[in-house]
Design a protein around this ligand. Structure first.
Ligand code: BG6
Ligand code: MG
Length: 220
């Protein structure tokens, strides 16, 4: 019997932290003397902190030496952590607990597969840590999405074959990573941006539990 595993991205799938990442990057951009828009922030989704700073400095036309680069990356994270500090369960995206509860009751293995190095403290803050059998995050990977590494490690840790894993993602790079891992990809968010996903939903309120059951029956 093949098990079905479920892998969740964090930022933009479980919690709406993209707005805090945006504010912290915007604060840094303003400090460096330029603007940073919501539109530009789209490029930052699913992308590592280091890569985000490289893109930000490109936008501002700023060349940094290693010391400046490290200082700004540290500053951005300290600022971001101030927003995270105030988070509570009210910031969980709609119907996420309903889906997690359904999967846990059904004894399906559940993993987190995130680029963030702040994943554990965020899950703790919003009280969802106990749903996850394993957490693979920015501290455990060497290659960023769209590389499939994060999801392949998660599948391995769950003891589930990649083709029997279902991934929830809000970033284009994340959908590409899931597809490259040979997993079923479910896009959460704008269907146009996430057109490479196997299935698309605006959010979890649109996901019928029967639909999830149907996906798992394909594998059991
Ligand atoms: C991803 C976000 O989940 O994590 C990116 O979509 C973010 O925007 C990345 O840059 C890294 O996060 P952190 O918390 O390690 O800075
Ligand atoms: Mg995300």
């Amino acid at each position: 019997m093949n098990k079905t595993g479920f892998i969740f991205d964090l930022d933009g799938v479980i919690v709406d932290t993209a707005k805090y990442h945006y504010l912290a990057w915007k604060n840094l951009a303003n400090e460096l003397g330029f603007e940073f828009t919501h539109e530009q922030n789209e490029l930052f989704k699913g992308v590592s902190r280091k890569r985000c700073l490289e893109i930000l400095l490109d936008i501002g036309g700023i060349k940094a030496n290693q010391e400046e680069f490290d200082t700004w990356m540290f500053e951005k994270n300290e600022d971001y952590l101030k927003y995270i500090e105030k988070m509570d369960e009210s910031e969980i995206l709609p119907d996420v607990p309903k889906v997690l509860e359904y999967l846990q009751v059904g004894k399906f293995p559940i993993a987190l597969g995130s680029a963030s190095k702040n994943a554990q403290p965020i899950l703790k803050k919003v009280n969802l840590l106990s749903y996850f059998d394993t957490i693979v995050d920015g501290n455990n990977v060497t290659k960023a999405k769209p590389d499939p590494e994060v999801f392949l490690i998660a599948a391995d840790q769950l003891g589930v074959d990649p083709e029997n894993c279902i991934v929830f993602e809000d970033a284009q790079a994340g959908i590409q990573a899931a597809n490259a891992a040979n997993m079923i990809s479910i896009g959460i968010g704008d269907a146009k941006t996430l057109s490479e996903a196997d299935y698309n939903f605006n959010d979890f309120t649109e996901i019928d539990l029967k639909f999830l059951e149907g996906l798992t029956k394909n594998n059991i």
